[in-house]
Design a protein around this ligand. Sequence first.
Ligand SMILES: Nc1ncnc2c1ncn2[C@@H]1O[C@H](COP(=O)(O)OP(=O)(O)OP(=O)(O)O)[C@@H](O)[C@H]1O
Ligand SMILES: [Mg+2]
Length: 492
Amino acid sequence: MSIRFRLLASFSTVFAVAVVLFTLISYLLSVAITGDMKSVSRFYKIHYSLHPLTDEEETIFLDLKYMAKQDSEQLTDEALLAQYDQQLKMVQAGLFVRRDDELIYASPSIGEPEMRSALPAYDAANLSIRSTLNVGNRFFSYAKFDFPYPDGSMGSLYVMKERSPFAELVRTLLPILIAVLLAVIVLTGLLLYRYLTRTMIRPLEVLKRSAEQIKEGDLQFELKPHSRDEIGQLSQTFEEMRRRLNESIQLQLQYEENRKSLISGISHDLKTPITTIKGYVEGIRDGVADSPAKLDKYVGTIYAKVNEMGRLVDELLLYSKLDLRREPYSFERIDLAAFARDAAEEAALELEGRGVTVDLNVMANAPIPVLADRSKLKRALDNLIQNSAKFMSKPEKRIEVRVAIDGRHALLEVTDNGPGIPAESLPYIFERFYRGDASRNSGTGGSGLGLAIAKQIAEGHRGTIKANSIAGEGTRMTIRLPLADNGNEDTE
Ligand SMILES: Nc1ncnc2c1ncn2[C@@H]1O[C@H](COP(=O)(O)OP(=O)(O)OP(=O)(O)O)[C@@H](O)[C@H]1O
Ligand SMILES: [Mg+2]
């Protein structure tokens, strides 16, 4: 059974029960208030007995009553009576005057033959001057006054107004009442149904559609919860699930992409030296290297290429070990300033011959403690210095190694006055195999793994690496490492 159907069924039940209850309650209420059903109609009569006439009719009645008291002879003047009757007719009432047993004036607008016998008897004391009477099916309320005519005959005057009888009133009003009642119940039911479908069924349908989308493999959408209720929470959880699933699939795709590009990078970088070696070996075999000098040159080139390949394979091995977290780190507490000084001195000696000066700049008086794996950090720093030296294009070649403290971190920076890195390349230089010069055969050589390895090492130290560069002016590479706490000397 669908929720929609269940809702409809429960509304219909509530509707039926409401109708039955309403009938019962209204019956019981009227009995409880009035004692029995008939007294409701008695109430209706009493109300009109107390107020049979409206104010306007009452004024005319009082006029006529005054006349009856002062000069009752006038109440035989038919023309005068007709005039009063006319006034009463305008307000839907009528006049009756009786002398002894004879009706000397009967309002033609009400005119009822049986009225004469229905009119109450003469009552000289005028005990009851307002009341109601039934003539056939018709119901009247009236005010009356009894008076003596000058000749002693009994006179009565009645200002009479027709009212709808109670039974008829109920008969005309009941269908309207019941219709209104049913309309209210149906309308309330419809509104509730609409409200519930909007807040429950529609969100569920959206959820169902989303689940189908996921089943079809489409995860590129967003499910927005429309409320905070249980269904809203369900949508939220569902959206969270979609997001995580999407993330893990994207990650999987990226791994796949990485694997492909790694293989293509390796094959490309190995193929170039192999082609060269093959060419030279063929040269020797075919006797092209016919003199000892030529042979020496050929063998020298082959040896250099084999070295290049060996270095590339070493770098690849290191990178992949770092990437797979298979390369163990042996952390120790070191003074970064002393460490940088040693590295800078070594580099200065090595690069002296190429006309490159390496300066050291330590921005602290005390040692700068960091937890580091000496050999790996040295490898990262060397990669930075080698890059600065390798890409240097100016006649005056300067490299600065700088150490500083920044809050709770230590900074290890290598700055050069080289060609700089174009802004469009900056985001990619830490990716493996990325090299600024698209041609891999240029003089600078290299596999494009240097910065990728430096980044792995910086992150292995729970640090970061970033590059700042202005094309034409120089480059600054910054490794940021957390300072070792004084109390925390544990190695990891
Ligand atoms: N100091 C620098 N000045 C100018 N360009 C730089 C500098 N350092 C890095 N680059 C650019 O970033 C690219 C990536 O550097 P990375 O060290 O990863 O590779 P590589 O030096 O080309 O090769 P490898 O280090 O493996 O021998 C370089 O090819 C170069 O274009
Ligand atoms: Mg490099």
